[in-house]
Design a protein around this ligand. Structure first.
Ligand SMILES: Cc1ncc(C[n+]2csc(CCOP(=O)(O)OP(=O)(O)O)c2C)c(N)n1
Ligand code: SF4
Length: 255
């Protein structure tokens, strides 16, 4: 009898493998980012130490996605909930997972305080240039001229100001020796896995605050097809520079 092909998907242990665990729209960036994060947790064998918190917004759909201890919080409050957990249990590797609204609008003060105080936690901010869950309104990160539900003629920066740059803001106020700050993109998941490993190692070693902004895609609200979804992320990458902003030298060996 011919041997059947092994079609088991290569899924990380830190990801929930139950059918229906992913609730994201087809083509959404969240699933790719979370799977990559789960692989990084596997690589570092951090399953038992990790507490994953997700914000309100499409990131809340991650509440059942990860196979680690998880908590779902109010909008913008995932960062303080997670640093509360890590302060109470310092051995915990706390991850606050949020959108750009959760990070730079309603939760901005918490992000600032966590960075300034060098809280030993990882904040992951998924930048999809809109409020995804509520139907695609303008977010702090909406690009100049971008059409959203609340900017039907395109974002006018004379009225709304310029898009907020999370990684630049955090790196300007974080501890320069002990914080890890990087802007990554969903177009390079191999690199994202290494970035998550560095960010998690920084926290697991008790060194300092880690912040990873990930440029992501929202084909539903962008109303884009396969081709122009990826063209749009190129436009994002020309506005939001993809690079490392801060990295303690102890992380140089993390590949
Ligand atoms: C205190 C509070 N204010 C407002 C809302 C409504 N609300 C739900 S999700 C959301 C925006 C989410 O956008 P973002 O944080 O960028 O995440 P995304 O959905 O794009 O991943 C808002 C304003 C809420 N749930 N709670
Ligand atoms: S609305 Fe956008 S960000 Fe939210 S799940 Fe759908 S594609 Fe993803």
């Amino acid at each position: 009898m011919p041997q059947l092909l092994n079609l088991e998907p290569n899924l990380p242990q830190a990801q929930n493998k139950e059918p229906g665990a992913s609730k994201f729209c087809p083509g959404c960036g969240h699933g790719m980012i979370l799977k990559t994060l789960a692989f990084a947790i596997d690589d570092l064998n951090l399953h038992e130490r990790t507490v994953f918190g997700c914000d309100i917004g499409c990131s809340l759909l991650a509440w059942n996605y990860m196979n680690v201890d998880s908590v779902q919080t109010h909008h913008g409050r995932t960062t303080p909930v997670i640093y509360g957990v890590t302060r109470a249990r310092p051995d915990t590797v706390g991850i606050a997972y949020m959108g750009d609204g959760g990070g730079l609008a309603i939760g901005a003060q918490h992000l600032v305080n966590a960075a300034v105080r060098n809280e030993k936690m990882l904040a992951v901010m998924v930048n999809n240039t809109n409020y995804g869950m509520t139907g695609g309104q303008m977010a702090p990160t909406t690009l100049p001229g971008q059409v959203t539900e609340t900017t039907p003629y395109g974002r006018d920066t004379e009225v709304t100001g310029k898009p907020a740059k999370g990684a630049e803001m955090v790196s300007a106020i974080a501890d320069p020796e002990n914080a890890f700050v990087e802007r990554a993109t969903v177009t390079n998941l191999r690199k994202l896995r290494t970035i998550f490993k560095k960010a998690l190692t920084n926290v697991a070693d008790g060194r300092g605050f880690s912040f990873v902004e990930v440029l992501s895609v929202c084909p539903l609200n962008w109303r884009t097809n396969n081709v122009n979804t990826w063209e749009k992320i190129e436009e994002m990458e020309s506005y939001f520079e993809v690079k490392n902003f801060l990295s303690p030298q102890e992380l140089e060996g993390v590949k």
